[in-house]
Design a protein around this ligand. Structure first.
Ligand code: ATP
Length: 207
């Protein structure tokens, strides 16, 4: 049955390489403002699913549609609709964090660089360069960069990684705020508390 209200639909997507299964057949349907937590053991296929949903990896079976159209990362409208933090985003080594965020705001025509940083509690780092960050601060910057751009679908791979409990609460707040704006969210996590805080459904991957 086709779900007309869903913004992102994965129908029995699977990935295998040379007969080895990276992702067993998985289905997912996300409506605007929905949030699903992808759960599963190390190596279960969570990142692979996110990469398929983001159009960065081709499924070897099944299909993905975004706003009713087959996923095609060459489509500008689909690239604009999808924001994903799967690998760390590329940052300009010679720009301060404030300037990186200003660039993103200018590119998308909206957003406040200061607010993008303060949302994740790192406003005091705005004059730092990317190489001047701890690993947790780098993760917060990656999140700030990802949340700074408008989108209708947000895909996050272990957004809690390297973060302390208080910073994880900021991640939860940012996801809930995105949901309130109607953004559909799928994220892989090993953090049960985060999943319970922000997701209304969990999807078991692998098995
Ligand atoms: N480029 C690759 N070539 C071959 N196999 C790969 C490749 N990338 C990942 N895999 C394998 O695909 C499977 C799924 O990996 P994936 O990274 O999607 O798991 P995951 O659920 O995100 O794991 P984790 O919780 O450890 O991050 C694993 O068995 C992994 O070893």
């Amino acid at each position: 049955m086709v779900d007309d209200s869903a913004v992102l639909v994965a129908d029995q997507v699977a990935v295998s390489i040379d007969g080895f299964s990276l992702l067993s057949p998985t289905s997912l349907s996300l409506e605007p403002g929905a949030c699903v937590a992808l759960r599963g053991a190390n190596g279960a296929g969570k990142t692979t699913l996110l990469r398929v949903l983001a159009g960065r990896q081709r499924a070897t079976a099944g299909s993905v549609t975004l706003a009713g159209a087959p996923l095609d990362e060459r489509r500008a409208d689909q690239r604009a609709a999808l924001a994903a933090l799967i690998e760390p985003p590329t940052l300009y080594p010679d720009l301060t964090l404030r300037d990186q965020l200003a660039l993103i705001s200018a590119a998308w025509g909206e957003g406040d660089p200061e607010q993008a940083l303060s949302r994740f509690g790192i406003e005091e780092l705005h004059e730092r360069f990317p190489h001047e960050l701890s690993s947790g601060q780098r993760q917060l910057v990656s999140l700030a960069v990802t949340f700074a751009r408008p989108c209708s679908v947000l895909l996050l791979d272990e957004p809690e990684q390297r973060l302390d409990p208080d910073r994880r609460k900021l991640v939860a707040a940012a996801i809930l705020e995105a949901r309130d704006r109607g953004v559909a969210v799928a994220f892989a996590t090993h953090d049960q508390t985060l999943a319970e805080r922000v997701a209304q459904a969990e999807l078991a991957i692998g098995g």
